[in-house]
Design a protein around this ligand. Sequence first.
Ligand code: GDP
Ligand code: IMO
Ligand code: MG
Length: 429
Amino acid sequence: MPTLIVLGTQWGDEGKGKIIDYLAEQADYIVRYQGGNNAGHTLVYKNKLFVLHLIPSGIFYPKKCCLLANGVVIDPMSLKEEIIFLSKNKVLVKNRFFIGMQAHILLPYHKIIDNIFENNNDYKIGTTKKGIGPCYYDKVKRIGIRVIDYLEDNIFEDLITKNLIEKEFILKKNRINTKALKKEMIVNHKILSKFIKPFVTDVSIMIEKAIKKDKKILFEGAQGALLDLDFGTYPYVTSSNTIAGGVCTSVGIGPTKINNVLGVAKAYTTRVGEGPFTVELFDKIGEILRIKGEEYGATTKRPRRCGWFDVVVVRYSVRINNIKCLVLTKLDCMQGIDVIKICVAYRYKNNIYKEFPASRTVQKYAVPVYEEMPGFKDKLEGITNFEKLPINARRYIKRLIYLIGVPIKLISVGKKRKEIIKLDNIKWF
Ligand code: GDP
Ligand code: IMO
Ligand code: MG
């Protein structure tokens, strides 16, 4: 079955956008399975840098079909803006971009509530303030509004009226004018429901048909495994299942329909927002990585926290996603560092942890156990062959493969599609 999941193995921003854009050439369908416009997936198309938030990173190939499956939360305003932005850049989505009718709609009150919590130090976790958590919260509370509900003229006002009552306490306490908010949502609903209607489909049926025709399907993950609601560094996580298991519940296909899982890992580690980060660097090296890697959030522009490669994290990701092979990105950003460290375990109160610990106390206070390797001085620009990499870069890759226990099949050494090294000729689908 030609199906492949591509997901982040760390805390997001691993370079999934670039890799999905690269692999999408070989796919027929590219399907986003969770998250919303909290994502920022960057890729270079015709020498221009694009950041996509909702639309899958396969959209730049004119013949590919791109979908947002039911597990995604969709802010229709943000979607409209993204579609218009793409069309201004001559990337047309008509008849090849679809959204699941059971996906949930993200509304202005979700964003307002996200902001209220983020502005309160007792609850702040450093979200993107896009309303993602509150939207998933409504879904779980069974008061959410799905795409199919949004398209029904007569029920929208009733649904938001009830939801505004449910949220009245927090909104009033924060001096939000709920009447004006409701009015604005009703006006926008008329425009936006018409706008999204042509894109709405039954994703499960569409993908089932595609699988029967042996079409190649790439499932695009957003965020990263350590931000997964169940397996991430809870409570400093996003509100969806970022891991491979999320594909089945989002798309409406059984697990036996998934053939392959590819993990994207950055050659070092970054994280945006609050939460434990054992390998975080507060020194000059952290600053060098931030500058070389241009580590500033693609969605919120916040500086990303930077640290060494964490084998404990990536090995954990490999296990919980059944990752069969990895792509290593941004190796070029490590050029010029004299000594490279790799975190191989955590230490807390004289205990050594080789498996990622679930305890929030251990996650917070554990210190890294490092191995050291000599760095590489030569620039990696233009290198497309593994053997042409500096010897110490090759040693670093080989050591990571050994420690993680799965092969690295692609190495990314720049932002552009072509800046990639294939370690063998792999059939992805
Ligand atoms: P995503 O959320 O996983 O798609 O990653 P982001 O787009 O948020 O962040 C990755 C950043 O690294 C973007 O600015 C990319 O253009 C850039 N990038 C991706 N791969 C490489 C690489 O191999 N080398 C360099 N220098 N930049 C890369
Ligand atoms: P991509 O797809 C990195 C982080 C936020 C915060 C936590 C919860 O580009 O890799 P949320 O707004 O989701 O409720 O925030 O998750 N976060 C990301 N970090 N990359 C992302 O997406 C992220 N999306 C959310 O910074 O810590
Ligand atoms: Mg990103």
